[in-house]
Design a protein around this ligand. Structure first.
Ligand SMILES: C[S@@+](CC[C@H](N)C(=O)[O-])C[C@H]1O[C@@H](n2cnc3c(N)ncnc32)[C@H](O)[C@@H]1O
Length: 308
């Protein structure tokens, strides 16, 4: 489960009321919890965490309009949107599908970093890097080419699990991630020649044309709504014959949706069309789950595409 973010109101009395409200919420007394949150908000009207928590409670109570109003308040109190109120508004249909707030992703993974591997690998059966490795090996075997890559870029590198999986097949790996704490962990592995705290699109934009032979994104595209700009940049940065390999979550409809786990799911038809529009040739697309969601494998895709 994602860690819960608390942003103090700066007022001890309001913070205490918030803590009591959380206790009541945990015990299932949602009405009393909402009442206490309103008291906290009366003391500090721009208490972001209280508004955000109230939004969740209103949603649980089936009060959609009140939930939307509370999430909008949370968003207005913290325009960077570290809680990700925008995602809740998208899920409630009160906002069109849009990019994830950068501060939300950064805060989420900064908090997650110390227990990321035990939570994801240990509890959610995460196997994204291994799926990518097998997919790339199978594409290379089909092409009768060695699975060795001189220069690789790992987008959304996290703590470095993908670089570890590919360690024997790459010379020089650049890791890019929005979360400084995840980057710290990646640095400690010693597997990366370079590491950058950056959005993956910005990270790609700073790379010269034809400067990479392999681009990886293990469980990172699920945080990117619109894959088109990233794939266009990846196509520019890949050298001829280079590969991009990524996992994503998927759904049986069309286009892109925000799933219940607040990660994007890309339809296979969308992935195919977006790769084609970027000038990349699809080499492999498999239905494979990289991790569990609610004790069930989350429907997913493993994708490998090549630059001609
Ligand atoms: C679930 S983790 C996966 C980490 C790693 N690839 C692995 O396989 O263990 C997702 C990572 O993607 C990063 N991330 C999400 N959106 C990003 C973006 N737009 N640009 C760069 N990194 C991003 C997060 O900070 C997080 O570290």
């Amino acid at each position: 489960m994602a860690p819960r973010l608390f942003l103090s109101s700066g007022d001890l009395r309001a913070d205490r009321r918030f803590e009591f409200a959380r206790d009541l919420q945990m015990k299932g007394d949602l009405l009393a919890a909402a009442d206490l949150l309103l008291q906290a908000i009366e003391l500090v009207p721009d208490f972001t965490t209280a508004w955000f928590t109230l939004g969740g409670i209103r949603e649980e109570l089936g009060e959609r309009d009140a939930a939307v109003a509370a999430f909008e308040k949370a968003q207005a109190c913290d325009p960077a949107d570290r809680h990700g109120a925008a995602l809740r508004l998208m899920r409630l249909g009160a906002m069109p599908l849009a990019a994830m707030p950068e501060a939300f992703v950064q805060t989420l993974f900064d908090q997650y970093a110390p227990r990321f591997e035990s939570a994801l690998v240990g509890q959610l059966d995460y196997c994204g890097p291994d799926l990518l490795l097998r997919a790339v090996l199978s594409v290379r075997a089909g092409e009768r080419k060695p699975a060795f890559f001189k220069r690789a870029i790992d987008l959304g590198c996290g703590t470095g699990l993908a670089a570890a999986a590919f360690a024997s097949g790459v010379d020089h790996v650049i890791g890019v991630d929005l979360s400084p704490r995840m980057i710290e962990r990646a640095r400690a592995t010693g597997l990366y020649a370079e590491l950058e705290v950056a959005d993956m699109l910005q990270g790609l934009r700073t790379k010269p044309d034809a400067s990479a032979n392999l681009i990886l994104a293990a469980d990172a595209m699920v945080y990117v709504a619109d894959l088109a700009p990233v794939l266009v940049e990846a196509a520019r940065v890949l050298a001829a014959g280079g590969l991009i390999a990524f996992t994503t979550e998927t759904h049986s409809g069309d286009g892109v949706i925000l799933g219940e786990g607040l990660r994007y799911a890309h339809a296979a038809t969308y992935v195919r069309a977006t790769l084609e529009a970027a000038g990349l040739n699809l080499s492999l697309l498999q239905d494979r789950s990289a991790r569990n969601e609610g004790n069930m494998p989350a429907p997913g895709l493993v994708v490998v595409a090549a630059k001609a």
